[in-house]
Design a protein around this ligand. Structure first.
Ligand code: C2E
Ligand code: CA
Ligand code: CA
Ligand code: CA
Length: 284
């Protein structure tokens, strides 16, 4: 009897505990969403830049812009923690505009400072991609900053390409018509269909870090990397390898004829002022 009572009782406690944790999750989520809505006005976002290196010369030929949120209480919040919240609440549209404007303004400053032209890559989130008025946003930003469209690149993922194919192709074509290049991010991780490479107007293929991590260890990863490079080049695309962390990986990718690379081996993402110092060096 008393054992039965205890079992029931602990069951109830567990249930209560479950409800309470759900409440905590919901409350945290709500406060994150509320803070996020104020973050742009309060100037809490910062763009970091990670150099993109020409593998043959080790010169800096571009940068990927990566957002950081400097939360007044929580400190630096990485994008993995808030981009999905921004997507679900629709705030991502404003954030995308902010990132575009910041990246283009920064790129323009580097041009004015006399550095060789760089291509700055901006991540555009997949959420309702074809319905974000992205083309208008890019056009506006190019007009305001008077930046050469060749100096920016838009990064999209395979997830975008899977939804609403017709609208997406049209949007991407319009972006290209503006003179902006398109990079396919995290290549190889989605339910990737190779036909994407001929259906969508993509200029750059970014080989996902997961293939590079094991590249010096696993023969199969090396075979896949080689194949992506060969196929990409035959289709006239530029190939960039993500997440290079070791000298061995760098040597391997160079040997395979990969065009460009990014990764901690060269440099982790840094604030604009520090990136300017890297530009003065020119190569890494
Ligand atoms: P991603 O676009 O694939 O960006 C590359 C991520 O890998 C970055 O993380 C970068 O810091 C990290 N990384 C670079 N080199 C290495 C390396 O050698 N080793 C390892 N382990 N990691 C490396 P981060 O900045 O935390 O961004 C995470 C993701 O958040 C990005 O993945 C992207 O999907 C998203 N994100 C970042 N910034 C933005 C943004 O401005 N807008 C949108 N919509 N999404 C963004
Ligand atoms: Ca580039
Ligand atoms: Ca990216
Ligand atoms: Ca990536």
């Amino acid at each position: 009897d008393s054992a039965m009572y205890n079992a029931k009782n602990s069951g109830k406690n567990q249930f209560q505990f479950y409800i309470e944790s759900l409440n905590i999750v919901a409350t945290e989520r709500f406060s994150l969403e509320r803070d996020l809505a104020r973050a742009i006005d309060r100037d809490e976002f910062v763009l970091y830049f990670q150099p993109q290196i020409d593998l043959a010369t080790r010169k800096i030929v571009g940068a990927e812009a990566l957002i950081r949120w400097m939360h007044p209480q929580k400190g630096m919040v990485p994008p993995d923690k808030f981009i999905h919240v921004a997507e679900e609440s629709g705030l991502i549209i404003e954030i995308n505009k902010w990132v575009l404007l910041k990246a283009c303004s920064q790129s323009n400053e580097w041009v004015k400072d006399g550095f060789p032209a760089l291509s700055i890559a901006v991540n555009l989130s997949g959420y309702k991609f074809a319905h974000q008025n992205i083309v208008e946003s890019i056009r506006d930003v190019l007009q305001v900053t008077r930046l050469d469209p060749g100096n920016i690149e838009v990064e999209i993922t395979e997830t975008i390409l899977m939804q609403e194919t017709e609208e997406t192709i049209e949007t991407l074509k319009q972006i290209k018509d503006l003179g902006v290049r398109i990079a396919l991010d995290d290549f190889g991780t989605g339910y990737s269909s190779l036909s994407y490479l001929t259906t969508f107007p993509v200029d750059v293929i970014k080989i996902d870090r997961s293939f590079v991590i094991g590249s010096t260890m696993h023969k199969n990863n090396r075979i896949i990397i080689k194949a992506i490079i060969a196929m990409g080049h035959s289709l006239g695309k530029k190939i960039l390898a993500e997440g290079i962390e070791t000298e061995e990986q760098f040597e391997l990718l160079k040997e395979y004829g990969c065009d460009e690379a990014q990764g901690y081996y060269f440099k982790a993402p840094v604030p604009a002022t520090e990136f300017t110092r890297l530009l003065k060096k020119g190569a890494l």
